[in-house]
Ligand binder design. Structure first.
Ligand code: ADP
Length: 595
């Protein structure tokens, strides 16, 4: 589509600018969509993380809270008090069994009592020599110290005897004001972690030193988020909290800025060594335990979602632009088509108007010509008619006058002669009007098979007196089977006209000879009437067949004979033409269809 307002290079430049702008807009929108979608997805992730953290916190609180009262109850149990106050084998036995039953009923990991020096006197697992706490000293464990110093304690650690992790709740046992021992319950938190792991989520709980002790992922457990200071390491060695002094760091890298309590971090990817995985980390502290729950969300889906949004946006923009371009092109095409149609319609209207004008001019010219021709023909005809009629009229008048005289004198014989002469003259005038009537006639009367030789004989017989008088030799060679389509009377009339013209042309010539022939050809029959007369002057060649064309004296010819004959032959579906003979004279050729 050529836009005449913009030459080609300009249009190309305009297109380049348009494409660049489109690319820029698409890139910008995609970029915006990416960040918007990422922010949305991250907000959703954070919301989910907050909810999960709340859930985990309450699950921990529930797990611990269920056993909270146990050490308190044990510290008030008379048998426990008795044992701690005055230990004996009998009392120890009784307390052992009592603790064993209570532990089974409560579902805790272990119940035990230690005396004020930290020595375990009785325990729920007394019956299992490999596991039994009885006889072991736990004075170095923080929960013992906390109970001694503050009345109660809580502590997470790996059992020094069993090697199994657990949460320890302790309560001081007092007789009056006197501290006589500590009652302890050990709670197994492993089932809690198993639930977390089954949920497929990433959760870890750290203590006040940043050491992971509960986690949905076993390989993160007992590892420090960050490298530990030496003091902490020394304390760990002392308390044997995790049964090792130097937990290996997790290798966590975190971004300094947190948004809505969430922080981007990365951890070494366990599946591909050397690589790191990005997470969003949210935290919730449990102040009553001094712990922090951390929830990790994978960032890959967020990025994928954002990238999807960016691609969708780009595609949307490109589709929109494509649709707009298509619409524009369609409108442009329609506009061009409309313009072309309008132009075409206007041209057609112009041409039509021109044609109408030309037609009118032609018709006017034609009418003028016809009028002029009519006038000329009328002029010629009236001159000829006046002459033709005046002569016999004058003669008739003279004859009438002389006849009147002769009648008065009673010369009857001469009157009869005169009347015969008047009759002849009248006859001649009627013939003249007959000619004119014939000229006005249109179309063939009827069409029949006409034997050419017979029609020619009849025509000759009409002219015999004249031909004989003028000593014209007639040579006729028309085959008897020459039959043409036409009307016998009218064909005879044509022959009479042509024969009479030939006689006229030969009037002043030495040699007077008429040759009449007919020969078969492709179109039918060719009839020739050949004379030895004056021939046709070159100047007259094209006028011969015009009505009223004559070279004869006024009164000798009307100039209608050839014109009439031409019309008759044409009516029969034939042709009439004239030519000059090489040895002088003219030849009229009639071509007629075979009958
Ligand atoms: P008219 O005989 O009344 O003049 P025609 O139409 O028959 O009218 O002939 C027209 C003219 O054609 C004649 O005046 C004559 O000049 C010319 N013409 C016709 N026949 C012959 C002929 N055989 N030889 C020479 N001239 C001819």
């Amino acid at each position: 589509m050529a836009d005449p307002a913009f030459p080609r290079p300009l249009r190309r430049r305009r297109l380049a600018i348009l494409l660049a702008a489109l690319a820029a807009v698409t890139a910008l929108a995609s970029w915006g969509a990416y960040f918007w979608a990422e922010a949305e997805a991250r907000a959703a992730l954070i919301l989910n993380g907050d909810q999960r953290l709340g859930l985990y916190a309450s699950s921990i609180r529930n797990a611990v809270g269920r056993y909270d009262y146990l050490p308190f109850l044990m510290a008030r149990d008379h048998e426990v008090l008795d044992l701690l106050n005055a230990p004996s084998d009998l009392r120890r036995d009784a307390v052992n069994r009592r603790l064993e039953t209570a532990n089974a009923a409560a579902g805790s990991a272990a119940l035990y009592v230690v005396d004020r020096s930290g020595l375990a006197l009785a325990s729920s697992n007394w019956a299992d020599p490999a596991q039994s706490f009885v006889g072991h000293t736990y004075d170095f464990r923080p929960y013992f110290r906390q109970a001694v110093e503050a009345g109660s304690g809580r502590y997470f650690g790996i059992g020094v005897t069993t090697g199994l992790p657990g949460f320890f709740l302790s309560h001081a046992v007092r007789l009056g004001e006197r501290l006589i021992g500590v009652a302890v319950v050990k709670i197994d938190l492993e089932p809690l972690q198993r639930d977390w792991a089954a949920g497929g989520e990433r959760v870890l709980v750290t203590d006040e030193n940043g050491i992971v002790f509960l986690s949905s992922h076993a390989d993160w457990k007992y590892r420090a988020l960050r490298p530990l200071p030496d003091a902490v390491k020394a304390r760990l060695a002392l308390t044997r909290q995790y049964d090792r002094s130097d937990p290996t760091p997790l290798g966590l890298h975190d971004a300094p800025v947190a948004e809505n309590g969430a922080r981007r971090i990365s951890l070494p990817d366990p599946l591909s060594p050397g690589a790191r995985r990005a997470y969003l980390m949210q935290e919730l502290s449990l102040p009553e335990f001094g712990w922090t729950i951390r929830f990790l969300s994978e960032l890959e889906p967020v990025k994928a979602q954002a990238a999807g949004a960016a691609v969708l946006t780009a595609m949307g923009i490109l589709l929109l632009v494509a649709a707009l371009a298509l619409g524009w092109q369609r409108r442009q095409t329609l506009r061009l088509q409309r313009e072309a149609r309008v132009t075409l319609e206007r041209r057609v209207e112009e041409r039509t108007a021109e044609l109408v004008t030309a037609n009118r001019v032609l018709r006017e010219a034609q009418e003028e010509l016809v009028q002029a021709g009519k006038l000329a023909a009328l002029g010629q005809m009236s001159a000829a008619l006046a002459h033709e009629i005046n002569q016999p009229l004058a003669a008739i008048r003279t004859f009438v006058a002389s006849t009147r005289l002769l009648a008065e004198r009673g010369e009857t014989a001469m009157v009869r002669d005169n009347l015969a002469m008047i009759g002849d003259l009248a006859e001649r005038m009627s013939m003249l009007s007959g000619h004119l009537k014939e000229f006005a006639r249109k179309g063939p009367a009827r069409v029949e098979a006409v034997p050419v030789a017979r029609a020619m004989d009849r025509a000759l017989s009409l002219l015999v007196p004249r031909l004989r008088e003028e000593e014209v030799r007639v040579e006729q060679a028309i085959p008897p089977d020459a039959r043409v389509r036409g009307d016998a009377v009218r064909l005879e009339q044509v022959f009479v006209n042509l024969l009479r013209n030939a006689a006229d042309a030969m009037a002043g010539c030495e040699d007077r000879r008429l040759t009449l022939t007919a020969a078969r050809n492709a179109g039918g029959w060719e009839i020739r009437i050949r004379d030895t007369g004056t021939g046709i002057a070159e100047a007259h060649q094209f006028q011969l067949f015009d009505p009223f064309f004559t070279t004869k004296e006024v009164g000798q010819g009307l100039g209608l004979g050839l014109s009439l004959s031409y019309g008759i032959v044409r009516d029969f579906g034939g042709m009439l033409r004239a030519e000059n003979n090489v040895d002088g004279g003219a030849c009229f050729v009639i071509q007629l269809p075979d009958a």
